[in-house]
Design a protein around this ligand. Structure first.
Ligand SMILES: [Zn+2]
Length: 147
């Protein structure tokens, strides 16, 4: 790290803390690449669906603003909205599981949800996403989120 020479020790320590906080924030927001995303989907399929869901491609897309994920069972492709990037891992995993489950069961009938019960944080992740949607709909309070 480059530290300006004339900082006092207290300034220096504060500066180092700020930089470390920034690094930590970047780290926690680091997003998976498409290859890592595909690997993760493979692992989730193994863990929760006995490896039966086998997507042919899994990737991030930026043109999906009303859905968190989508899949095309006929060609085995899964797409995740880039808006999930930076959300907790269990939420991304839930959306992956959701789309993986669609490769096995189309639609949102009882069979579909029974399948998803295998993923233990389904309810929690759905609550999180509902919260995000609700927060988006709140009226904008001037000054509240502007910094
Ligand atoms: Zn669905």
């Amino acid at each position: 790290m480059l530290i300006p020479a004339r900082m006092s020790e207290a300034e220096e320590q504060r500066w180092v803390r700020v930089m470390l906080d920034k690094l930590a924030a970047q780290e926690s927001r680091r997003t998976l690449g498409d290859a890592e995303l595909a690997e993760r989907a493979r692992r989730l399929s193994e863990q929760y669906f006995e490896g039966r869901a086998r997507p042919r491609s899994v990737r991030w897309v930026t043109n999906q603003n009303t859905r968190w994920g989508s899949c095309t069972p006929s060609d085995g492709s899964i797409r995740l909205s880039h808006r999930l990037q930076g959300m907790p891992e269990y939420v991304v995993d839930y959306v992956l599981c959701h789309e993986l489950a669609h490769l096995l069961v189309p639609g949102h009938g009882p069979r579909f949800w029974r399948l998803l019960e295998a993923y233990p944080r389904t309810e929690r992740a759905r609550g999180y996403l509902e919260g995000v949607v609700a927060a988006d709909r709140l009226p904008h309070v001037p000054g509240a989120r502007d910094e």
